[in-house]
Design a protein around this ligand. Structure first.
Ligand code: AMP
Ligand code: ZN
Ligand code: FE
Ligand code: FE
Length: 292
């Protein structure tokens, strides 16, 4: 049988992607992907629409979420939760906590930008987000459109990225809390793009992984647009070593990350098997009798 491909990490207008959930699914279908997981930041608001379109088009679908956990700078730790149930009370409480963290941070970014002579308002940011979770890429897009910067990337470098003058951290859950709350929400936790933790060496990376595995981590994102061949290998080896599920995704954001295409992690495609392995792990949780 022909090799089939999937994408297990992408964003829609429910957070900081530029395609609506149903449009992401349509693009998946057009790109010949047979399965998709939507992983918006801090929300599952796009999952119902995406699931409906996926069922219509015959694309297999998993609802996911991506959350950011406390981690020492300059690294970031993102954790993906797959198979979370949008109706679950623990999940609702989790997303409320996460959005409150943004609501505390965002006005500080805008105030600092104003102080620096950049004319932008919370209202404009809200309009740009079109009802979705407000992310910095939306703000970056506004700054680019207004001519303060030449690109989204430039907006991060000059103003709102880590280390830039209008960067403010948001309150995060500890990795322990993040993993607990994904579990309580019926989700399977996977460490996203391990390269972004910016560990100093392999020994440190292994220690961090061991800590997360002890806290209930189930998988590791092996294929990602930030991972070169060496990182794909490194993460594959860690998965084998700690008996973790291997996942992969592009981290597609539509035109908010122009150089990333759905289904392609810089040219590397994500094999169907990664979806199947994840879906098998997720499924038992929907049926308490089968829970191990
Ligand atoms: P937020 O969740 O609002 O803090 O924004 C995080 C989003 O901004 C993620 O999609 C990141 O990929 C994106 N991002 C963070 N740093 C940069 C950067 N230096 N250049 C471009 N995008 C970035
Ligand atoms: Zn994003
Ligand atoms: Fe991420
Ligand atoms: Fe992402």
């Amino acid at each position: 049988m022909n090799q089939q491909y999937v994408d297990l990490h992408c964003h829609s207008t429910a957070s900081d992607g530029t395609l609506a959930p149903r449009e992401v699914v349509r693009l998946a279908k057009h790109s010949n992907l047979t399965a998709l997981a939507l992983t918006d930041h801090d929300t599952v608001a796009g999952c119902a629409e995406a699931a409906e379109e996926a069922a219509r088009l015959g694309v297999d679908f998993l609802c996911g979420i991506e959350i950011s956990a406390e981690y020492p700078l300059p690294g970031t730790m993102h954790i993906l939760g797959y198979g979370v149930d949008p109706e679950n009370a623990a999940l609702r409480s989790l997303t409320e906590t996460l959005i409150a963290g943004r609501d505390n941070r965002n006005p500080r970014i805008v105030a600092k930008l104003n102080e620096m002579g950049v004319a932008v308002t919370m209202r404009e940011w809200q309009d740009e987000a079109k009802g979705g979770v407000l992310g910095r890429p939306h703000l970056a897009a506004i700054l680019a459109r207004k001519g303060y910067v030449s690109s989204i990337k430039h907006a991060f470098d000059k103003y709102i990225g880590q280390g830039a003058p209008a960067y403010f951290d948001k309150e995060r859950l500890t990795p322990r809390q993040a993993l607990e709350r994904i579990g309580a929400s019926g989700g399977v936790a996977v460490l996203a793009h391990p390269i972004q933790m910016r560990t100093e060496n392999d020994a440190q990376l292994e220690r961090v992984m061991k800590g997360l595995v002890d806290l209930g981590l189930a998988g590791i994102e092996v294929i990602h647009s930030d991972h070169d061949e060496a990182w794909v290998k490194k993460c594959g080896a860690l998965a084998d070593r700690f008996a973790l599920i291997k996942t992969g995704g592009s981290d597609f954001h539509g035109t908010n990350k122009k150089d990333i295409a759905l289904g392609s992690a810089r040219g590397r495609r994500i094999p169907r098997e990664m979806f199947d392995t994840l879906a098998r792990r997720v499924k038992p949780q929907t049926n308490p009798d089968e829970r191990r």
